[in-house]
Design a protein around this ligand. Structure first.
Ligand code: C2E
Ligand code: MG
Ligand code: MG
Ligand code: MG
Length: 280
């Protein structure tokens, strides 16, 4: 009886496995077709100066306008794209579209910049930096208009040595995304081949020692800002949702703020930049 039961369990396990694999494959094919049918969209979330709350940059965040399922967040399809070459085509579209949109906005706000998330596989493509520079030139944008958001793993090896491709020489700005997750280490901050440091929202939203549930993880975030400044980095706080968090971050000298408190990621036609520029 037991043996039979075991066989049954194994068969069910295999069935589940192949279902997951099949779903992945189906999702990958559907996404490929969706990209061809122009179903990707970019939403934009402001990154503002911590003191004046004036927009400094917008982060481009991809969505998939699925014909049957509606607007899908990146968490639903980016992982599948990142595990295949599809992320290269997707990432290329994102870069182009973000530059196109930025050119339109810069006619009115010439100092506005754009940040774009770049996947490790995309960043590792031979000639990636040159491709980005060409794209910028084609869009009539200077190299400092674009900031590439990368994760630690994409730009450094395990020993903390920056990858060749981390292009200190190209004039492109790198922002280290999601700092505080993964293997981020404060002792490595000065080695980072990046100009911006984005503190992950898990640290910003962590419960404070005072017992208030909305205060940032005080000692850590405070120390992080200090060390990042000593390493010459500009600090962005992600996921700022509460006025108390903003207050703390302002007190600690954080440079830039991003989060629902300022604005949610928004479709370009609905994003009210004039209101953000004139809020003071
Ligand atoms: P990320 O780059 O760390 O982006 C920040 C995420 O936090 C976004 O989720 C944003 O909507 C969310 N967020 C911003 N402020 C707040 C807040 O105050 N509270 C909360 N709870 N969340 C906030 P989103 O748009 O779902 O993107 C998720 C992730 O997908 C991004 O994390 C990024 O890693 C990835 N992603 C998005 N667009 C692209 C892309 O074009 N290419 C690649 N490779 N990855 C992308
Ligand atoms: Mg990002
Ligand atoms: Mg982030
Ligand atoms: Mg994040």
């Amino acid at each position: 009886y037991l043996a039979k039961r075991e066989r049954h369990t194994v068969r069910r396990f295999q069935a589940a496995l192949s279902t997951a694999a099949l779903e992945r494959l189906e999702l990958e094919q559907a996404l490929r077709a969706g990209i061809d049918r122009d179903e990707l969209r970019l939403h934009y979330q402001p990154i503002v100066d911590a003191q004046t709350l004036t927009p400094v940059a917008l982060e481009a965040l991809v969505r998939w306008q699925h014909p049957a399922l509606g607007l899908l967040p990146p968490g639903r399809f980016i992982p599948v794209a990142e595990s295949s070459d599809l992320i290269v085509a997707l990432g290329d579209w994102v870069l182009r579209e973000a530059c196109r949109q930025l050119t339109l906005w810069r006619a009115q706000w010439p100092a506005l910049r754009m940040t774009v998330n770049v996947a490790p596989r995309q960043f590792a493509q031979p000639g990636f930096a040159e491709q980005v520079l060409t794209l910028l030139a084609d869009a009539g944008l200077p190299a400092d208009a674009l900031i590439l958001e990368v994760t630690e793993g994409a730009v450094m090896d395990e020993g903390g040595v920056p990858h060749e491709a981390a292009m200190g020489h190209t004039g492109l700005t790198l922002a280290l995304d999601d700092f505080g997750t993964g293997y981020s280490s404060i002792s490595r901050l000065h080695q980072l081949p990046a100009q911006w440091l984005k503190i992950d929202r898990s640290l910003i939203q962590a419960e404070g020692s005072a017992g208030s549930s909305v205060r940032p993880a005080r000692p850590i975030v405070r120390a992080l800002i200090t060390f990042a400044h000593e390493a010459g980095l500009r600090v962005v706080a992600e996921g700022v949702e509460h006025p108390e968090q903003l207050e703390d971050l302002q007190t600690w000298g954080c440079d830039l703020i991003q989060g629902y408190l300022i604005a949610r990621p928004t479709a370009p036609e609905l994003l009210s930049l004039p209101a953000l520029y004139n809020r003071n």
